[in-house]
Design a protein around this ligand. Structure first.
Ligand SMILES: Nc1nc2c(c(=O)[nH]1)N[C@H]1C(S)=C(S)[C@@H](COP(=O)(O)O)O[C@H]1N2
Ligand SMILES: [Mo]
Length: 506
């Protein structure tokens, strides 16, 4: 066998592969020993935290606030490339195995540091980094020690030993993957067994949905509901293990089990949820039938101190947001939701319990896998995204969107249907108007909606000649506010501007 591993390129490849193997093992081991976050994710967090304000803000502006998966990818790529460079350089300066091992130790130490500055539990991450480092060096050594054809007995034994080790490693990794998935499977099984008394199926009023072909339905199926969170692996929380603590500036702290929660009065309502990162015309929005327990009576029971003005919500994976106390205690249906569209929440959307609050963007209100509510003050605490430059308060802005025709569509001439949605949750939409080719505003017909907490569909028809056309839309809220044409980016508190669609009539 002409040995590729003798070449520097071979060493670079071995470096890259061993780096990836190390990361994979650190990820698996961390989860096996009960951690929720891979060391890579901890490094990504520190990158976000330590980048100078301006850079972080620009990044947030370009990738919205779903920046963590992107950063994690970046960290994985960086480690792989560095690992390849180390392999290449190591071959140039010496064939001693401790040279790359020492260089990898420096990278692993950075990972360890990132894990150690994270909030507890830190032990799983530490074990993950140590095992990942071990795998990294081991795989590198395995790949760079030249293999000769098994001519004599000794080298044949060596060859068998090495392939055996690699195969064994693969089996261990596969088994580890199964173990990691087990908790999730158990939680999925518990979810299927749940029967939620008081939870009913959504009953769609035909008047809610205008039924325009190619328009997203008024009721968003759970499978199509947008998902935004910082979790690389969504936390698997069994209902039997779930606890909610309500504490902080209250007279009587409360701790609830899942059964305690379900023994309360169940409230159900329609509510549209949207993300502050949504761009004009974007689809980070969905409408669902939510069932759960109103938070206001629970806070009343706890006895909120008069100086308190916010509730810091924390999820099972340590995500936080700070919600103004008035939206949790007024008469709106801010609730600890257990079901979406008549079914228990899916794991991705917060099983077993999440908060939903009509009228606020998700990043300041809609904590999935919620486990802790601390009554506090805005001058004492802040949530995950506020800490990264997003606005402390996030009431939803009046917005509207054109769904039909799609941008760039080619439609037949004559009567052209224009349709879409408009929303400002907990305020309501009174009117929607469109303007074709910069002409006068003309009213669209609105669907009926059950309340002010959902989006509303609208439609109209226009007669158009062949050629290129452009249509834009603006809404008027129930309080008479006309949607602003001023363009604003999502950061720091939500995009504004009129959605405009260009299409062709033939
Ligand atoms: N635990 C947790 N809850 C979270 C988030 C998160 O990152 N972690 N993201 C929030 C944001 S920014 C939004 S827009 C909504 C999205 O909810 P969905 O994924 O169910 O659509 O969840 C909110 N709740
Ligand atoms: Mo969001």
């Amino acid at each position: 066998m002409d040995d590729v591993t003798e070449q520097r390129g071979g060493w670079a490849l071995a470096g890259a592969l061993s780096g990836l193997a190390g990361l994979a093992v650190s990820y698996l081991v961390t989860h096996i020993v009960g951690g929720d976050e891979a060391p890579v994710a901890a490094v990504a967090e520190q990158v976000i935290r330590l980048t100078p304000g301006g850079v972080a803000e620009r990044a947030i502006r370009t990738v919205g606030h779903a920046d963590k998966p992107l950063l994690v990818t970046g960290v994985v790529v960086a480690v792989t490339v560095l690992s390849a460079v180390i392999g290449y350089v190591a071959r140039r300066i010496s064939a001693e195995p401790w040279v790359p091992a020492a260089a990898y130790a420096v990278l692993a130490a950075l990972g360890l540091a990132a894990v150690l500055v994270q909030p507890p539990p830190r032990v799983p991450g530490v074990i993950g980094v140590v095992c990942g480092y071990g795998a990294w060096v081991l795989v590198f050594l395995l790949l760079t020690r030249p293999l000769r054809p098994p001519v004599d007995e000794a080298s044949r034994r060596q060859f068998l030993l090495r392939t055996g080790l690699v195969a064994g490693g693969a089996v261990v990794a596969a088994y580890a993957g199964r173990v990691v998935g087990r908790r999730r499977r158990e939680v999925e099984a518990a979810r299927r067994m749940l029967s939620l008394t008081g939870v009913t199926q959504p009953r769609l009023d035909p008047a809610d949905d205008l039924g325009v072909p190619h328009q997203p339905p008024w009721l968003t199926p759970v499978a199509d509901f947008y998902r935004i969170d910082t979790a690389i692996v969504p936390p698997a929380v069994a209902p039997a293990d779930w606890r909610l603590r309500i504490h902080g500036m209250v007279d009587h702290p409360i701790e609830l089990t899942f059964d305690d929660l379900l023994s309360r009065q169940v409230t159900e309502n329609w509510m549209t949820l949207n993300c502050v990162s949504n761009t004009v015309g974007g689809d980070l929005i969905g409408n669902a039938w939510w069932s759960g327990v109103r938070i206001a009576p629970l806070l009343a029971e706890a006895g909120v101190h008069p100086e308190a003005d916010g509730v810091l919500q924390t999820s099972a994976d340590g995500w936080t947001c700070l919600t103004p106390i008035e939206v949790l205690t007024d008469d709106r249906d801010a609730m600890l939701a257990v079901a979406q569209n008549g079914e228990p929440l899916t794991v991705e959307h917060g099983f077993p319990v999440r908060m939903v609050v009509p009228g606020l963007y998700g990043y300041v209100s809609a904590t999935k896998w919620v486990v802790d509510l601390e009554v506090t003050r805005f001058d004492k605490a802040q949530g995950y995204w506020t800490d990264k430059g997003w606005s402390a308060r996030g009431p939803v802005k009046l917005a509207s969107r054109i769904d039909v025709p799609r941008g760039g569509a080619d439609v037949g001439h004559g009567e052209v249907t224009v349709a879409g949605t408009a929303w400002q949750q907990h305020t309501g939409v009174r009117a929607v108007e469109i303007s074709v080719d910069g002409g006068a505003w003309r009213p669209a017909r609105l669907a009926a909606v059950p309340g002010v907490d959902t989006w509303v569909q609208w439609r109209t028809t226009v007669t158009l000649d062949g050629g290129d056309h452009q249509v834009r839309v603006r809404a008027t809220s129930a309080t008479g506010e006309v949607q602003t044409s001023a363009r604003a980016e999502p950061a720091p508190d939500g995009a504004t501007g009129w959605h405009t669609v260009k299409f062709h009539v033939s």
